[in-house]
Design a protein around this ligand. Structure first.
Ligand code: DUC
Ligand code: ZN
Ligand code: ZN
Ligand code: ZN
Length: 485
C-alpha cells in the first residue's frame, strides 16, 4: 500500500495545536512534520486533524427487553465512521447463568462485520464461582480489562450489593476496572409499579420512575463499595448533578473515579417525554432519562473542570415499531437511543462552537481520555508516530441538518432530528484507510479489528483514606470466657 499524507491541516491533540502534515504507512502514523511528501495526498486545508473518536459505550445487536437493538456491528460502526468515530467499545452481555466465555463467542461472531476497530467490556449479570474463575481468563487471555455492573433492571441484569462487592474485589485482584450503570433498581421497580397502578402508563412515566435521586444514591453506593474493595470505578452515563457531585467528591478525596456523560444528556432535556406524540416521547426513552437544564449545566461544567472525563453515546437504537412494544406500559418500551453518528458533530457544535470546550478538550473527552482510562493509549486516541492512523479530518465550516433520511443508522428516526450542526469530517480514516470522504461512505465490512486491552498496572493502590485504620487485626486477649451457650 502506498503511503498516505494528510497535507496542510492543523493537528489538534488533547494538549497541542500545531500545523503539520501527517504521514501514514501500513495503517500507522510514521511521520509528523512540515512539508511531507512521497505518498497519496489528502488535502486538509482549513481542517483540524484529530485522533478519531472513541465511543466507550455502545450496544450493537444487543439482546435486551425482549428484542435486539437494531444497529448491528455493520450499521453501527458505519454510522460511527460517518461521524468521525473510529473505535467503539461494546458490552458483552452473558445471560444470567451463562458462561462469560460462551457469551464472548457470540460477541466475537457478531463483531466480525465491524467496519472499524472495536473492543469489549464484559458484563457481570450474575455471580458464582464460575464467574469468579472466568473473570481471570477474560482479563489474561481475552484482552478485556473492564467489567460492567447493572445496579438497575431488577429481575433481569441487576446485581445486588454483595455481588457488586465480590466482583469489585475480584477486579482489584486482576487489575481490572469495574463499570457501573448506577440507578437504584429496587426503588425504580417500586416507583414503576406505583405509577402503573395509578394509571400513569405513558412514556413520561419512565422519567417519573427514574429521578436523579436514584442515580445519585447508586453512584454514591458504588463509589463507597469500590473504595472498600480498593478498586477504581467508572460510572457510565452520568446524567445528573447528584451523580456528578458524588464523583467530584470522590475525586477530591483522592479516589480514581471516572464519569461519562452522554451527548444526549448534554443536549436534550426531559421535556421530550412530555411531547404530545407518543412515538416522539417513546423514541427518547433511555436510562437514565433526559434531565432538566440545571443537570445539563452541571455536566458541561464537569467536562470543563475535569471532574467528568468522557463523552459517550450508549448507542442502543430501537425502531419505532420496537418502541411500540410499550404502548400501555412504559416499562416495556425498549430503553435506548442512538447517537453514534452524531456525537462528534453535536459536541463540536454545542461544546466547541459555543465556547464551552476548547478544541483540545474536545479531543480529550471524545478520544484521548477514553483511550487512557480504558488502556488503549497511545495505539488509539493519539496523533503520534506509531499510533494507529485512526484519524478524523474535521472541517469546521462543513454543516448539515441532522435527519433520519440521510443517516447511516438502521432505525427510522433520529433523536437529534432537525438539529443544525457545523463541524463535520472531510475525511475519516480507519487504520489508514479512507472510509469517509466528504460525506461519501467507503466503509469495508469486516475491516475492523478487535483491540485487546491489558490489565492495569497501578489502579488498585491505596484508594481509601481509611484503609489503614480498618485493616482487620484480631485483638490478643488475656482471657476468653467460657461460651454462654
Ligand atoms: N440504558 C439504555 O437506555 N439502553 C441500554 C442499556 C441502558 O442501561
Ligand atoms: Zn446503562
Ligand atoms: Zn449502556
Ligand atoms: Zn480493510
Amino acid at each position: 500500500m502506498p503511503a498516505t499524507i494528510i497535507k496542510n491541516g492543523t493537528v489538534v491533540t488533547a494538549d497541542l495545536t500545531y500545523k503539520a502534515d501527517v504521514k501514514i504507512e501500513n495503517g500507522v502514523i510514521t511521520e509528523i512534520g512540515p512539508n511531507l511528501s512521497g505518498g497519496d495526498e489528502l488535502d486538509a486545508t482549513g481542517c483540524y486533524v484529530m485522533p478519531g473518536g472513541i465511543d466507550p459505550h455502545v450496544h450493537l445487536e444487543m439482546p435486551f427487553m425482549g428484542t435486539y437493538s437494531a444497529d448491528d456491528f455493520e450499521s453501527g460502526t458505519r454510522a460511527g465512521l460517518a461521524g468521525g468515530t473510529t473505535t467503539v467499545v461494546d458490552f458483552c452481555l452473558p445471560d444470567p447463568g451463562q458462561s462469560l466465555l460462551d457469551a464472548l463467542k457470540r460477541w466475537d461472531n457478531k463483531s466480525t462485520r465491524a467496519n472499524c476497530d472495536y473492543s469489549f467490556h464484559m458484563a457481570i449479570t450474575w455471580w458464582g464461582e464460575q464467574v469468579f474463575n472466568e473473570m481471570e481468563t477474560v482479563v489474561r487471555e481475552k484482552g478485556i480489562n473492564t467489567f460492567k455492573h447493572f445496579m438497575a433492571y431488577k429481575g433481569a441484569l441487576m446485581v445486588n450489593d454483595d455481588e457488586l462487592f465480590a466482583s469489585f474485589q475480584r477486579c482489584a485482584e486482576l487489575g481490572a476496572l469495574p463499570l457501573v450503570h448506577a440507578e437504584n433498581g429496587d426503588v425504580v421497580a417500586s416507583m414503576q409499579a406505583k405509577l402503573l397502578a395509578e394509571g400513569n402508563n405513558g412514556p413520561e412515566g419512565h422519567a417519573y420512575s427514574r429521578p436523579a435521586e436514584v442515580e445519585g444514591e447508586a453512584t454514591n453506593r458504588a463509589i463507597m463499595i469500590a473504595d472498600m474493595a480498593g478498586v477504581p470505578l467508572y460510572v457510565v452515563h452520568t446524567s445528573c448533578e447528584q451523580a456528578h457531585e458524588a464523583i467530584r467528591r470522590a475525586r477530591q478525596a483522592g479516589k480514581r473515579v471516572y464519569g461519562e456523560p452522554l451527548i444526549q444528556h448534554l443536549t436534550l432535556d426531559e421535556s421530550e417525554y412530555f411531547h404530545k406524540d407518543w412515538d416522539h416521547a417513546a423514541r427518547r426513552v433511555m436510562s437514565p432519562p433526559f434531565r432538566n437544564k440545571q443537570h445539563q449545566d452541571s455536566l458541561w461544567a464537569g467536562l470543563q473542570s475535569g471532574s467528568l472525563q468522557v463523552v459517550a453515546t450508549d448507542h442502543c437504537a430501537f425502531t419505532t415499531e420496537q418502541k411500540r412494544y410499550g404502548v400501555g406500559d412504559f416499562t416495556k418500551i425498549p430503553n435506548g437511543t442512538g447517537g453514534l453518528e452524531d456525537r462528534l458533530p453535536m459536541l463540536w457544535t454545542y461544546g466547541v462552537s459555543t465556547g464551552r470546550l476548547t478544541p483540545n478538550e474536545f479531543v480529550a473527552v471524545t478520544s484521548t481520555n477514553i483511550a487512557k482510562i480504558l488502556n488503549m493509549y497511545p495505539k488509539k486516541g493519539a496523533i503520534l508516530v506509531g499510533a494507529d492512523a485512526d484519524i478524523v479530518v474535521l472541517d469546521p465550516e462543513k454543516e448539515k441538518t441532522i435527519s433520519a433520511k440521510t443517516q447511516q443508522s438502521a432505525i427510522d428516526y433520529n433523536v437529534f432530528e432537525g438539529k443544525h450542526v457545523k463541524g463535520l469530517p472531510r475525511f475519516t480514516l480507519s487504520r489508514g484507510k479512507v472510509v469517509v470522504h466528504d460525506g461519501e461512505i467507503r466503509t469495508e465490512e469486516g475491516h475492523g479489528k478487535f483491540v485487546a486491552r491489558e490489565p492495569f498496572q497501578a489502579v488498585n493502590k491505596a484508594l481509601s483514606t481509611w484503609k489503614e485504620l480498618v485493616a482487620p487485626r484480631p485483638v490478643e486477649r488475656t482471657g476468653i470466657p467460657a461460651s454462654g451457650v
